[in-house]
Design a protein around this ligand. Structure first.
Ligand code: UT7
Length: 311
């Protein structure tokens, strides 16, 4: 996480909002905001160094780097290339690419890495979720400005994890809802005058669709894996809104106590939210070896997915 925290009280001084509204509607108390001289790959690099150290490998041993982000350093080259350079692994020549699936970016990246490993194409892959959303937030739009935060998380996937690892995963997208949440930025899209260049979201509709899809995809993954919801030890959901998380686990008959909740102090960090929550679960001992961990995410696109991991 970047050092600087931006609390709801700070936001009260910047726009017409209140700590009470933000906390009640989203569960967020504070989010972190990157320094002016930081870019997404800087956050990705910090997280990757920690992950590499914990995995006991050096960056030159990686076969591939995948960065799930919708806030890349620049249009080209991909953030994964900047990360590779910052990790000192440029000369290793390993493949490096970004995946933009917005808030589902980490799950898309993990599933892709899993497929490459299973096919035998790669043995060791660094998967990162990194976002600097506060740079594309419209600070004049209180309905989105209070939600987003910055951060990065990383994981190393290897071939030789025995019976542990990704048991099942499922990804989806529906481009018919592309305009539910957009950030045209410096893309080739030409917005009509007065239209948006920063993040714009139809929050209410997004909320309803998110709950339905997250329930369905989580159920589907559990069914395919032959695992009952009561066998789930820990849920690591995308941290968009605590009310979405509560609604989904209630429908799945999983107690909320099994969820790792970081939205209160991270806000919505899109593709970074799951690896950040996963890391917090590891560091606080909420996950133990052998646990069944259910992950799920929903984001702009619209994209959504779920994954079952035996930790
Ligand atoms: O990350 C993946 C994709 N994103 C999501 O999954 C996010 C899904 N959506 C949400 O989490 C919620 O829709 C929001 C948190 C974005 C908004 O909450 P809501 O309960 O859907 O509020 P709303 O947009 O329906 O607005 C309700 C009221 C409005 O006032 P009126 O028209 O009822 O008088 C808004 O103007 O709340 C007002 N409002 C605010 N008031 C104080 C909107 N934003 C704020 C604010 N502070 N920051």
């Amino acid at each position: 996480m970047p050092e600087r925290a931006l609390t709801n009280y700070d936001l009260e001084k910047m726009m017409d909002t209140s700590d009470e509204w933000i906390y009640k509607r989203t569960g967020i108390k504070e989010r972190h905001i990157a320094a002016d001289n930081q870019v997404t790959s800087d956050l990705a690099c910090e997280a990757s160094k920690i992950a590499l150290k914990r995995a006991g490998i050096t960056a030159d041993k990686l076969d591939m780097i995948i960065v799930g982000t919708c806030t890349p350093d620049m249009t080209l080259p991909a953030t994964a290339l900047h990360l590779q350079r910052k990790l000192g692994a440029g000369k290793s020549g390993c493949a490096a690419v970004d995946m933009n699936a917005a808030c589902s970016g980490f799950l898309y990246s993990m599933s892709t890495a899993n497929a490459y490993i299973k096919s035998g194409y790669a043995k060791t892959i660094l998967v990162v979720g990194a976002e600097l959303l506060t740079r594309i937030v419209n600070w004049d739009d209180r309905s989105t400005a209070v939600i987003f935060g910055d951060g990065a998380g990383a994981a190393i996937l290897t071939q030789d994890s025995g019976s542990r690892g990704i048991m099942e995963s499922e990804l989806h997208a529906d481009g018919d809802y592309a305009y539910l949440m957009i950030a045209p930025g410096n893309g080739t899209f030409r917005a009509p005058a007065g239209n948006y260049t920063k993040i714009h979201m139809e929050g209410h509709d997004t909320f309803k669709i998110a709950v339905r899809h997250l329930e369905d995809v989580s159920r589907s993954v559990l069914k395919k894996a032959g695992v009952r919801s009561e066998e789930i030890n820990v849920v690591i959901p995308h941290q968009a809104n605590v009310r979405i998380i509560e609604a989904v686990v209630k429908r799945l008959d999983i107690p909320i106590e099994k969820c790792v909740l970081t939205v209160d102090h991270h806000g919505n960090t899109a593709g970074a939210s799951i690896p950040l929550a996963l890391n917090e679960a590891v560091e606080t001992g909420k996950i133990s070896e052998g646990d069944m961990v259910l992950l799920n995410a929903f984001g702009a696109g619209i994209t959504w997915g779920s994954m079952l991991v035996k930790w």
